[in-house]
Ligand binder design. Structure first.
Ligand SMILES: [Zn+2]
Length: 193
């Protein structure tokens, strides 16, 4: 049975020195990216993320955080200011200081953050990857050693949606990952087991 987890979209424009900085996300583009990410996860794990809402906000980063991009401190500020509702919240920002902010806290907050990308397919896969983290999936290649004789294993990791590097369009999930995602705390809130 499909697990359906509502997703709230929040487009965050930064303000610095009294003026708003660039923001390339639009509500239409964010909705398209979520739709494609949801379609991907539905086809792989039968978990979908229908859009519950889409809002646009302007935020000034706090002292100690970078003012013109979102860094780790900025991420924690934003997740405190824009908590998840019933399901998950996806924060859409123009740029980040490094990919994948939030680390382990993402699963507890049910909030992930995506930087703008002009390629809808690649951006949707990144969103699906981040939603995968909210579903308790770690990187498929984390803590693994890369060495000779592992070419097939490495090639499989690189085709996986939860690979730590650039995501392949194949965006595969193994049966073990599907079971883990469908029995994650987040999925169980919505009927997973
Ligand atoms: Zn990741």
């Amino acid at each position: 049975m499909a697990i359906s987890i509502p997703a709230d979209l929040t487009i965050v424009t930064l303000r610095s020195d009294g003026r708003e900085l660039a923001q390339r996300w639009t509500a239409a583009y964010a909705t398209s990216a979520l739709q494609q990410a949801s379609d991907l996860l539905k086809s792989r794990a039968n978990i979908e993320f229908p859009r519950a809402s889409c809002e646009q906000v302007v935020e000034e980063m706090p002292t100690g955080a970078a003012p013109d991009t979102v860094d780790e401190a900025g991420y924690h500020f934003l997740t405190a200011a824009h908590k998840a509702g019933n399901g998950v919240r996806v924060l859409l920002v123009d740029q980040v200081s490094r990919a994948e902010l939030g680390g382990q806290s993402r699963q507890q907050t049910r909030v992930c953050l995506i930087a703008y990308g002009s390629d809808l397919g690649a951006t949707s896969r990144m969103m699906a990857h981040e939603l995968g983290h909210l579903l308790a999936l770690p990187h498929v290649d984390s803590g693994r050693r890369w060495g000779p004789g592992q070419e097939n294993q490495i090639a499989a990791w690189m085709r996986n949606l939860m690979y730590s590097g650039a995501l392949n369009p194949a965006a595969e999930l193994t049966q073990t990952q599907v079971q883990a995602a469908r029995s994650s705390p987040l999925a169980r809130r919505f009927g997973g087991r």
